[in-house]
Ligand binder design. Structure first.
Ligand SMILES: [Zn+2]
Length: 482
């Protein structure tokens, strides 16, 4: 480390948090302009804070994660007490963010060493993994994995998987071949995650040169940067959504209180629309010519080609929320979850033609919403399947955890983090357990393509799992009989 770098690193958390005296901030800013190593450290710190912020913004964090953090915080304070810069961070921030930053770092280190992966690579003799239902095709290690983060999720598009890989102090996007697990490329552009992809591009968020949060498009064939869009507003480490690639080479990105519609080929804005003073925006849901976004105060319908407002519905008091709303579209209806501090989140079903609320109900701890056909699935304290016409519970399944629900070919997949954790598949219709794979802990979505499932576990390993015939739909009765 060169002269000056050590001092800069000691204050880097304070710098990112905006907690330093102006003179010191200017010194560090000048150093960062000259020193790529320290810029990388700053980037890493921003990523961690981004994740913490996301987690802290959730009104109801995952119960077991909360416990983990609490105990890690206690251990972290003991372990780090002697380091003076840590004390300075506590002093200047005085908030959960600094505690979480340290505990998160320690926790992820501890998790990698204490908790080795339990899945074995399949051999001819060793076919009894998951009761003979699953064998591992390949695995890929050292993937970024922060507990509770939505930033570092892996995505699968076509024959490639995209993920964030820790490369020394920074994270970069890596493409791997889903058939073999072999890396195809690693981007040179440091990324904050929030990955999305269309057929020819990978989109991710990255820190911009002038303290902004940028949307970057990478060439899906080689990882080269195609374009970078700077949305102008300062890096506020919150309110970011995953970019949403649309048909016709457009990409829609919601950040803070503004929706950006970009040309995916060039990164040029087609339109941008701020929605001020209504609290955090949901991600945008696009259907044909209409784009919908829910705020803490109302529902907005915009023209997808111009951003002009078609109509807006201001909510009655009971429909207003304070956290980022969840949103799902199905047919002529929009479903959204609003959260208020100190109250159970509420799910509303609204008819888009009449703009009337058809039904509403409490959904305790809701953090994920999926609308599919006749049913609405909610992941909260339990997993609920609701009748989309009435909102009534059709079945419920008790499971802890935070990973998104995945619905493929009649099975609903998720990770239950109770005890040692497991990947569970339920029959979509009945809620009966079709099969379960033990020793899986993850906050990341399970993806399934053909007979292969992909999941990133908390130890930073991506597993490609071949599901044997008994774990395939149509044969679920056999698996049930086990
Ligand atoms: Zn330096």
């Amino acid at each position: 480390m060169a002269m000056g770098c050590r001092e800069v690193r000691q204050d880097i958390e304070g710098f990112v948090l905006g907690a330093l005296p102006p003179a010191r901030e200017a010194e560090i800013g000048a150093h960062l302009a000259e020193c790529p190593d320290c810029r990388a450290a700053e980037e890493h710190c921003r990523l961690l804070l981004c994740e913490i912020k996301r987690t802290a913004d959730k009104v109801t964090p995952e119960p077991d994660w909360e416990r983990t953090v609490r105990s890690a915080v206690a251990a972290g304070i003991q372990a780090e007490r002697r380091q003076s810069h840590v004390r300075r961070v506590f002093a200047v921030v005085g908030s959960m963010a600094a505690l979480l930053l340290i505990s998160l770092t320690l926790w992820s280190i501890a998790d990698r060493t204490v908790n080795p992966p339990q899945i074995k690579t399949a051999t001819k003799k060793d076919s009894a993994i998951g009761g003979g239902l699953v064998s591992e095709r390949w695995r890929y290690e050292s993937v970024r994995a922060a507990p509770g983060s939505v930033a570092d999720g892996v995505i699968v598009q076509g024959a490639s998987m995209y993920l964030l890989r820790d490369d020394e102090a920074v994270s970069c996007v890596v493409a791997i071949d889903t058939a073999t697990g072999a890396p195809r490329w690693q981007s040179e552009c440091p990324s904050l995650g929030y990955l999305a992809a269309d057929r020819s591009r990978v989109f991710c968020l990255a820190s911009g040169g002038s303290r902004t949060l940028d949307l970057v498009a990478l060439d899906a064939s080689d990882g080269k940067v195609l374009w970078r869009y700077s949305q102008g507003a300062p890096h506020r480490l919150q309110g970011a959504c995953h970019p949403i690639p649309l048909e016709d080479d457009r990409v829609c990105w919601t950040i803070h209180s503004t929706i950006h519609m970009l040309d995916a080929k060039t990164g040029k804005p087609i339109w941008t629309r701020p929605i001020a003073d209504e609290g955090p925006l949901s991600s945008a849901a696009v259907k044909g010519e209409d784009l919908y976004v829910v705020t803490g105060r109302g529902l907005h319908c915009l023209k997808a080609d111009s951003g002009d407002e078609s109509w807006r519905e201001r909510f009655a008091e009971e429909m207003c929320g304070q956290a980022q709303p969840l949103i799902a579209l199905a047919g002529k209806r929009i479903y959204f979850v609003q959260t208020r501090l100190g109250a159970a989140p509420k799910l509303f079903c609204m008819d888009l033609d009449t703009r009337e609320v058809i039904w509403k109900r409490s959904v305790s701890g809701a953090r994920f919403l999926l609308a599919a056909g006749e049913k609405i699935y909610v992941r909260g304290r339990r997993i609920l399947a609701l009748d989309s016409r009435t909102g009534e519970t059709q079945w419920a399944y008790s499971a802890a955890g935070c990973n998104p629900l995945t619905l493929v070919d009649g099975l609903l997949y998720f990770v239950d983090t109770n005890k040692h954790g497991s990947l569970v598949a339920l029959a979509q219709r009945t809620g009966r357990k079709a099969w379960e794979l033990p020793d899986i802990r993850s906050c990341d979505a399970f993806t399934k393509i053909g007979n292969t499932g992909y999941i990133k576990t908390r130890d930073g390993i991506v597993h490609a799992l071949v599901l044997c015939s008994a774990a395939q739909p149509g044969l679920e009765a056999t698996a049930n009989g086990r």
